[in-house]
Design a protein around this ligand. Structure first.
Ligand code: PEP
Ligand code: MN
Length: 451
């Protein structure tokens, strides 16, 4: 039986239109924008409402320490990067990391890709100047092209439709990879063996051996259950462009409630979490589990008001705070926030993004991050939660499945002089495959101490 949404619910979905919306492109061609939005409104959902509900339950488990979240993928996906190899490699890295984290946490790992929709970027400047020429900033493939020409940088609404198509193709392959045997735990474990076989990673041998013994034990017992063959894998992105998210928001026929069917989980970024802004209003009206990024200047009272807006019923799994304080600040700034929110009775899921508070420009001019800072912020995040007896529920990482050279350090000891070799990101620097896996081993060690 289908349940109709009330007129109030429908009107609410457009309330954001009367509020200030930060970080929206200035589309030069309004008619083309309207056409793209109407086209998106006719397209089928990328995810089902019921899947979003299951993810909400999984995130509720993470809030209580009964699961651990691994959210990861590109800073900015690109249309050119929506290839079979690139999608496979990213999934592979996330699965490899998840296997190690599952052992460390002794709980299921909730796998959440920054994938199949992460095509729009907030920017600190509206324009970019090179050699005396000023053009609109690159805002992600959903808006314009990275190439530095007037033509390429002009926002083109047809890109909203292309983003949907690229997301649809990506998600189709993600579903095939994660349901079709590729993700079998024994296979993932074999890939991980290669990592510790490298002498540079000898430090992780002990943990790897323990995992190996656990796998052999399961095999000896004849363990062969469904969860070994296929994995649940969810999609997520920043809900930045409301002209993309709104037409992909639909009323679920089972419940009569609105879901943003562009992804299972969407988050509001550090630059758009204004309490009275369009983004917070929009996400407060959809039923998907919602994330909100919190940077070092987040004010605890403001965060409490955010909870009242986005999660007024304090529903388990509804709201995830993705904290990105920076390694140097996390131990000073995070405790006040977590303490105040916990004292209010709210129980959001806490996830650590150790990437965005640790970005700087290297001497050679690349935007980069130090692997050690990334590790240190996660360590600080665990320490703070341990001290307050709250739950460190997961990590949020920018990563690739290949051997790019964008972040400094790790066992491969990438230094400033190496960055130019494979610096491929169009936005923020990502951990490469080896750095991602190394981080998973280090976080697994922290988790063994948690449980
Ligand atoms: C991002 O996740 O790429 C991003 C821009 O993050 P933040 O909103 O935390 O700055
Ligand atoms: Mn980023």
């Amino acid at each position: 039986m289908s349940i109709d949404a009330t007129p109030d619910v429908l009107a609410g979905l457009d309330a954001w239109r009367d509020l200030p919306a930060a970080q929206q492109p200035e589309w030069p061609d309004r008619a083309a924008l309207e056409e793209a939005v109407s086209t998106l409104a006719t397209y089928p959902p990328l995810v089902f409402a019921g899947e979003c509900d299951i993810l909400r339950d999984r995130l509720a488990d993470a809030a209580q320490g009964r699961a651990f979240v691994l959210q990861g993928g590109d800073c900015a996906e690109t249309f050119a990067g929506a290839t079979a190899d690139s999608i496979r490699d990213r999934i592979k890295t996330i699965l490899q990391m998840a296997a190690v984290l599952t052992y460390g946490a002794s709980t299921p790992v909730v796998k959440l890709g920054r994938m199949a929709g992460q095509y729009a970027k907030p920017r600190s400047q509206n324009t970019e100047t090179r050699g005396g020429v000023t053009l609109p900033a690159y805002r992600g493939d959903m808006v314009n092209d990275f190439e530095f020409t007037e033509e390429a940088r002009r926002p083109d609404p047809n890109r909203l439709v292309r983003a949907y198509n690229a997301s649809s193709a990506t998600l189709n392959l993600v579903r095939a990879f994660t349901q079709g045997g590729f993700a079998d735990l024994r296979r993932v474990h074999d890939w991980n063996r290669g990592f510790v076989a490298n002498p540079a990673n000898a430090r992780y041998e002990r943990l790897a051996m323990e995992i190996d013994r656990a796998m052999k034990f399961m095999a000896a017992c004849g363990a062969d259950f469904e969860a070994m063959h296929s994995v649940e894998f969810y999609s997520s992105h920043e809900a930045l462009l409301l002209d993309y998210e709104r037409p992909l928001t639909r009323i679920d026929s089972r419940t009569g409630l609105p879901y943003d069917v562009s992804a299972h989980f969407v988050w509001v970024g550090e630059r758009t979490r204004d309490l009275d802004g369009a983004h917070v209003d929009f996400v407060s009206r959809i039923r998907n589990p919602i994330g909100v990024k919190l940077g070092p200047t987040a004010d605890p009272d403001n965060v409490l008001q955010l909870i009242d807006r986005v999660d007024p019923h304090r529903e388990p799994g509804r709201l995830t705070f993705i904290t990105r304080m920076g390694a140097g600040k996390v131990r000073d700034v995070l405790p006040t926030i977590v303490e105040k929110i916990t004292a209010s009775g709210a129980r959001p899921t806490w996830i650590c993004d150790p990437m965005h508070g640790n970005t700087f420009e290297s001497a050679s001019g690349y935007k980069t991050r130090r692997f050690d800072d990334v590790v240190d912020e996660v360590r600080g995040f665990f320490e703070v939660h341990q001290e307050l007896q709250t739950v460190p529920g997961g990590i949020h990482i920018e990563l690739t499945g290949t051997d790019v050279t964008e972040c400094l350090g790790g066992a491969g000891a990438i230094d400033d002089g190496d960055l130019h070799q494979r610096y491929e990101t169009l936005c923020d620097p990502r951990l490469n495959q080896q750095q991602g896996l190394e981080l998973a081993f280090l976080v697994a060690e922290m988790l063994t101490q948690r449980s």
